[in-house]
Design a binder for this molecule. Sequence first.
Ligand code: CP
Length: 308
Amino acid sequence: MSSLSVNHLLGIKYITKADIELILDTAKNFKEVINRPIKKVPSLRDITVANLFFENSTRTKLSFELAQKRLSADVVNFAASSSSVKKGETLVDTVNNILAMKVDMVVMRHSSPGAAVFLAKKVKAKIINAGDGAHEHPTQALLDAFSIQDKLGNLKGKKVVIVGDILHSRVALSNIFCLQKLGAEVMVCGPQTLIPKHIESLGVKVELNLRKALEWCDVANMLRIQLERQDIKFFPSLREYTMLYGLDMNLLQSLSKKILIMHPGPINRGIEISSEVADSDQSIILEQVENGVAVRMAVMFLLAGRIN
Ligand code: CP
């Protein structure tokens, strides 16, 4: 197969295993391209992409923008804080006005779950979800899968634990879908109050004890506590959270085998992960960021192939 089965990337839930494999294989080629002295290719030369960020971002926004520039696309950037959204304009009106300027593809981050799915039904452009509330963050899951594959080979049978604030995490949900489609076993670990009820129905294991979870896994993906999405207290204090669910060097070195450590960022050093662990040779956090550019190049290249 050489084309995607979808016109938009709205979530990992909506794409097939073959789509994921195509994106990851294509990203391998783009990783080779961005490590050349001349990093630019003309693949998106006639394509205009708008980056619409209604929520804060460092990695995702910069990574998409770099990926677009490496592919020679024309790029326009939109930040909600300095736009007419502040004057009451709706999302569809905002996007339709941008599309009237002949934009082909929209990369959008929004705080409302389902915003990207909604937009894809309303406007004529390829939509890429760059994170919608606590719903999905598909390119993060794809770059995470790419990074694990890069280090450990095929994901089939690999054991991945996602640790921390599963309840508020779009990264967790997209990772669960992506890893399972690629044949990995997935566990979630964290305080009971941050594990969604009935998550076992997605086919994941649940473990409340961090040491047991780490002994089980090949890879641990440590998540940030999303205080900005918590309107009530889910645990007594950050200090207690760190005592029970923070990963430090003592714990990492006491395990019976070496595991890979991942984090989608931004990191809260000293809370979910110690600085020593984040900067250790078992951590692939910065490789995830590097791989993100290649994966996003692959996604946009493949979606551009579906523009009529
Ligand atoms: N991983 C991630 O989405 O980071 P940003 O919020 O900085 O984009």
